[in-house]
Design a protein around this ligand. Structure first.
Ligand code: SF4
Length: 351
């Protein structure tokens, strides 16, 4: 309505003889209400992007021991994620709380209110040996609610005090807010930041990651972190067959990542397991039914598509990385593997 009102300004708009709809506030009314009572005073406003329920909880431990990963411990101040990526592997963890892997994963968020106090106690123990920690493995530590609770910021401050190395994964450009702490952490321990940018393709982004910031905004965050001297790069994952796997989309994405100044890039094809698989297949059947049989075939044998398919994608990404100069920056094991690959003539992605 406000847009309509704006558009009509200055035009000779005839009033309706009988207008039975409730009176709409004028622009001035809106401005006055917001001035007096904040956005909450707009009681008829439609709440759209975030209709989530936030439940505060107390936690007994913050550090979570993991095996077989490049890090020894994980930290997740929140559970559930309003970024709502349909491929999110963490969806299946929400069932631990008797919540479903569909809408409840992205709309019922558990906030560990005492997380920073508990973590601080754990890091203060004489037995703490400063092993590698990963922040944001089961949820995004910079989803919008972090702006209110600042648990991630408190977590980084605690890690600085304990001089503990950390790797952070996020899709939230809000991480730039904590640049000061990340600089400090990089000074006293190892700190790596991965912005997750699976693709820069607008359609794929809108379809698959409905609650996230635009990929270009995430890449701007990479630029700001790198410029601040923080070891920041991009996880181009997951690459989702049929949505972001074509050569042209991969090329645009790799080029954008290279342009952002990312210090490294990793890539991987989507895997689907347990509740995540159930949710994703349901989503495809409902929103993109024509694609459903292909996904069923591609993921028939397990959580990954066939290894041949993954190799093709990785080879292409490796070639593109080399083309856009990512091969000369510091890189991970996966990337070195793909760097050696020959350029396929025309990758026939069997999508
Ligand atoms: S941002 Fe990460 S944790 Fe959140 S829904 Fe997307 S993939 Fe899952």
């Amino acid at each position: 309505m406000i847009g309509e009102e704006k558009a009509n300004m200055g035009k000779n708009v005839q009033p309706l003889l009988f207008n039975l709809a409730p009176a709409q506030p004028s622009l001035r009314d809106v401005a006055n209400r917001v001035k007096d009572g904040g956005v909450g005073a707009l009681t008829e406003a439609e709440r759209r992007a975030d209709q989530a329920t936030y439940q505060e909880v107390t936690c007994r431990s913050a550090l979570n021991r993991v095996q077989g990963m490049p890090f020894a411990w994980t930290l997740n101040p929140y559970r559930g994620c309003t970024h709502a990526c349909h491929y999110c592997f963490a969806r299946r963890y929400h069932t631990q709380f008797e919540l479903d892997t569909d809408d409840q994963f992205s709309s019922v968020i558990l906030v560990k209110r005492n997380f920073v106090e508990v973590l601080t106690r754990e890091l203060d123990r004489p037995s703490w040996t400063r092993e590698q920690v990963a922040l944001g493995t089961a949820t995004d530590p910079y989803q919008p609610i972090e702006g209110r609770y600042r648990l991630t910021r408190g977590t980084i401050a605690a890690l600085i005090r304990a001089r503990t190395p950390v790797g952070i994964v996020t899709k939230g450009p809000m991480i730039v807010r904590d640049r000061d702490l990340l600089i400090e952490l990089s000074r006293v321990a190892k700190c790596t930041v991965c912005l997750s940018v699976p693709t820069v393709d607008d359609e794929a982004w809108q379809a698959l990651e409905p609650g996230t910031a635009h990929p270009r905004q995430r890449l701007r965050a990479v630029r700001e972190l790198v410029d601040a001297g923080i070891h920041a790069g991009v996880l181009m994952a997951p690459i989702v067959p049929g949505f972001s796997s074509s050569r042209s989309k991969l090329e645009r994405t790799v080029k954008a990542i290279a342009d952002s100044g990312a210090r490294f890039v990793g890539a991987n094809v989507m895997y689907l397991q347990d509740g995540t698989r159930t949710h994703f297949m349901k989503f495809i059947a409902s929103e993109f039914p024509a694609m459903a049989p292909r996904f069923e075939r591609l993921y028939a044998a397990g959580k990954y598509p066939p290894s041949e398919y993954r190799k093709e994608i990785k080879a292409m990404v490796g070639v593109l990385q080399a083309r856009y100069g990512m091969g000369r920056r510091d890189r991970g094991e996966d990337d070195r593997e793909t760097e050696a690959a020959d350029e396929p003539d025309q990758v026939g992605f069997r999508w």
